[in-house]
Design a protein around this ligand. Structure first.
Ligand SMILES: [Ca+2]
Ligand SMILES: [Ca+2]
Length: 369
């Protein structure tokens, strides 16, 4: 705290420039920059997850291709990352996990949990099967881009009706689009009676798409990153037992057996923030802007960069900054211009972050310096 006080004094604006300054609060949210840590210890995927959650934020999430340059896996080695596809979420069950089965019409799983899987399914064969057909009443997961007949549904006078469109076959997405245009959606089947009706409607064909699908793979920190960088031939779900993802030195991903002991990559959300009373360089002939940051951060590093290091699970952090300026901030045009300048300056100082700035309420004038 002592060093912090010193840092604050060193860069505090001259008293003359503070005369008549108003103080306002600014709330900003921005994406944390992920720092990656390669851990050379042999652990199963779950053990690695636990380790990362204890020591850092979580197993690594890759948000975008640029992140790969900051993950340093030694040559010839592979390491677990946060991507996995736990069968407890989807194997013959309907759960609320985001990698579980859901219906096209609701985007949600069946509240009643009704399912009628074929004995051998869902097996995620080839590591890629994420859409469902009905074949003689049984449900089978297959590859979504395959062409099949479409079993649509609509609700008429409170009764669900299933409609098989004859002489027409498309991929799962193609059928979804056709069903949505002409009926309600691809078939949603939530009880034994409805399954019987769906079977009757599709009796003329060997199999037909129904509305069941899932987003296979889920990040350990529940991030919604859609970034995938599969190695050629991956995923392949060898022996129906590969539900966790390894990455190599080139950032290429493959699925493997979760219990296999491997090195791993953790990530840590880190925020670099400009410290107390740092002049942001917003200096014109007429005015200066200084800002301070409310010290809710866990750690303060009073080095020359005046950096906060914050460990945070969420990827968006909200912080309040106090702005001190002799500008008339009650003037909307002025405050808007200032916001824009601050945004540009922060983006310059902390590249790769996505700042969203907005003004919040102005508290009563208080000289806190
Ligand atoms: Ca299958
Ligand atoms: Ca594999």
């Amino acid at each position: 705290m002592k060093t912090r006080q010193k840092a604050r004094e060193d860069v505090r604006p001259k008293s003359s420039s503070r005369t008549g300054h108003g103080t306002i609060f600014l709330t900003f949210a921005h994406e944390l920059i992920d720092e990656y840590h390669f851990i050379e210890q042999s652990k199963s995927w779950s053990e690695a997850q636990q380790y990362c959650r204890e020591h850092f934020t979580d197993l690594a999430t890759i948000q975008r291709e640029e992140d790969l340059s900051r993950v340093h896996i030694p040559a010839g080695q592979v390491a677990w990352i946060g991507l996995h596809d736990d069968p407890a979420a989807w194997f013959k069950v309907m759960t609320n996990a985001s990698n579980s089965w859901r219906w096209s019409v609701t985007g949600a799983t069946s509240p009643g949990g009704f399912q009628n899987w074929n004995t051998a399914d869902p097996d995620k064969w080839s590591g890629k099967e994420a859409c469902v057909i009905i074949a003689d009443s049984k449900w089978i997961d297959i590859l979504c881009p395959i062409n099949a007949h479409c079993l649509c549904f609509k609700v008429q006078e409170g009764v669900k009706q299933f409609i098989l469109v004859s002489n027409y076959s498309r991929t799962w997405l193609g059928c979804q689009s056709m069903c949505r245009q002409n009926y309600q959606d691809l078939a949603q089947i939530e009880s034994a009676e409805e399954n019987q009706a769906a079977m009757t409607a599709s009796a003329g064909v060997a199999y037909a798409w129904i509305g069941l699908y899932r987003n296979i793979w889920l990040w350990s920190d529940l991030s919604n990153s859609s970034f995938r960088n599969w190695k050629l031939g991956s995923p392949n779900n060898m022996d129906n037992n590969e539900h966790c993802v390894l990455m190599n030195e080139d950032g290429l991903m493959e699925d493997d057996t979760c219990s296999e002991p491997q090195s791993f990559v953790c990530h840590e959300g880190t925020l670099n923030m400009i410290g107390p009373w740092t002049l942001l360089g917003l200096r014109t002939r007429e005015w200066n802007v200084y800002m301070s940051v409310d010290a809710s951060a866990e750690e303060y590093c009073p080095d020359s960069e005046l950096m906060f290091a914050v460990k945070q699970r969420r990827s968006v952090l909200q912080t309040q900054m106090r702005i001190q300026t002799d500008l008339d901030l009650s003037d909307a045009a002025v405050s808007e211009q200032l916001l824009k300048l601050l945004q540009e300056r922060l983006q310059e100082k902390i590249p790769g972050t996505d700042f969203k700035l907005r003004w919040s309420k102005a508290p009563e004038k208080k000289d806190s310096a």
